[in-house]
Design a protein around this ligand. Sequence first.
Ligand code: FAD
Length: 120
Amino acid sequence: TDRTNCPPDNAALGRSTWTFLHTTAAYYPLQANERQQTQMTNLLESLSIFYPCNWCATDFRRDIKKNPPISAVAGRESLMKWLCARHNEVNQKLGKEEFSCEVKNLDARWKDGPEDGSCD
Ligand code: FAD
């Protein structure tokens, strides 16, 4: 059956949230000003509090406490890499494949599409 209009399970919620986060990072200012850095830090910390999967939120809080976004929010490339690393922590926990966190790879997946034009 078509579950498009059903409430999201944890997998659908996760896919949507990662899509939002990685895409937002891919369009984040190359060099963010102080206000933007504070706002991004607030967004990430708020997500770790309100994310509507309790054990996911708890683990994410623990992970960002260990790896604070403080220097990552300085600009686009560092934020993309930091988020990729956080996502890889979850991938590892779930036994999923590790994603390669080079900016080129992240741009291809979340902004530009692959070079072969298959997403154009
Ligand atoms: P997803 O992991 O959702 O990834 C979507 C796509 O992103 C992939 O197809 C790939 O193209 C790309 N991608 C994969 N890895 C990376 C990366 N490192 N960087 C950039 N792009 C990447 N689920 C649980 O069961 N337990 C948890 O504790 C849990 N914690 C979560 C915490 C957070 C903050 C979030 C946002 C989600 C969490 N999830 C958790 C959900 C989980 O991460 C997946 O979203 C879900 O299992 C669906 O997985 P998926 O295989 O469809 O791909």
